[in-house]
Design a protein around this ligand. Structure first.
Ligand code: 6GU
Length: 239
């Protein structure tokens, strides 16, 4: 799977590309990441400027349409793989596990990172990207949001995680739309807090039942919204 990242700050991704699970996935050629510096597409050869003030006034600067559109079109000309085009913006559809799973089936995802007040509207009108947000808060730019998207997607690509089943039980994954149950490792007791007996007894049916119950309780306490979704999609646990 290939990611193209269009950004004014390609260096923001340096540590992420070399210090994470992604690095192994890249070495094993499961994932390719191509960064594209928007400034190289500037129509202003003197200062490489790609932003300007909004017509009609108002604070901040906008990323101009021509460099952005031409950059994306050039990337697409150079790569035969069809791409999902995504603009990272707080105005977008909120990223969730379902969208991550869907993106993981695409051979290529092109991520456009905004800064300042975002892109000139004609970028959206001409390139018709999907608009994706990572949550109801405002970031200084789309780069961190793009890393979130990549991080959520790459771990779903077959072979990227060590154990093929290790993302199946995750909160929100296909196998589980509930929050995860609590987990414990050694020591069995720490500062008076004991690991629940059921987990130490080796009865796998009882352990599975305890975990299902703990998932449900935790979700009820923290995320009622997921519980109503869960009972709609999985009538087995609808009691
Ligand atoms: Cl995708 N971009 C920015 N700049 N802020 C955000 C966001 C994206 N998602 C939530 N806040």
């Amino acid at each position: 799977m290939r990611f193209d990242i269009v950004t004014l700050f390609p260096a923001i991704f340096d540590g992420y590309l070399t210090q994470s699970l992604l690095n192994k996935a890249i070495e094993r050629e499961l994932v390719q990441i191509h960064r594209h510096d928007l400034r190289e597409w500037s129509h202003d050869p003197k200062h490489n400027k790609i932003d300007d003030r909004p017509f009609g006034g108002g604070p901040g600067m906008l990323i101009q349409a021509p460099p952005t559109v031409e950059c994306v079109e050039q990337i697409d000309r150079e790569c035969e793989l069809p791409a999902r085009r995504i603009v990272l913006t707080p105005q977008g559809k909120k990223l969730d596990q379902r969208l991550a799973e869907d993106l993981a089936t695409s051979p290529r995802v092109l991520l456009m990172c905004g800064r300042y007040e975002g892109f000139d509207q004609r970028v959206m009108d001409i390139l018709e990207p999907e608009e994706v947000s990572v949550g109801d808060f405002v970031l200084n730019g789309g780069e961190v949001a793009a890393m979130i998207v990549i991080d959520a997607v790459v771990r779903l690509i077959p072979g990227v995680l060590g154990d093929e089943l290790s993302n199946f039980d995750d909160s929100f994954s296909r196998g589980n739309r509930l929050l995860e149950f609590p987990q414990y490792t050694r020591p069995r007791e720490y500062r008076g807090h004991r690991v629940p007996d059921v987990l130490l007894e080796g009865d796998h049916q009882r352990i599975a039942a305890w975990r299902a119950e703990a998932s449900l309780t935790r979700t009820a306490e923290r995320r009622q919204d997921l519980l109503s979704e869960h009972s709609q999609t999985d009538p087995k646990t609808d009691s």
